[in-house]
Design a protein. Sequence first.
Length: 95
Amino acid sequence: MRARQIATGESVIDAIRKKKASLVLYASDASDNTKKRIVNKADYYEVEAIEVENSELLSRCIGKSGRVAVAILSDGFAKKIKEKLGVGDKDGKNE
């Protein structure tokens, strides 16, 4: 958050549309409508979207409360997050 390499809230959809998002993380406890919007938009613009444990954990990780979705704007940052989550291979691509 401090590096300004993430977007939250409605900015997530805007970042996907503007092709600035490298990765989208969304909480498993987000509403079905929110999940559908994020996943559909990410699929259309070919941005990887990953469901994470819950909104509390996601919010704590970025230091902002009440967040259910986060767009990662940096390719390098997205690659490191995917490594930490154990998603994809060492090149950051899905297997």
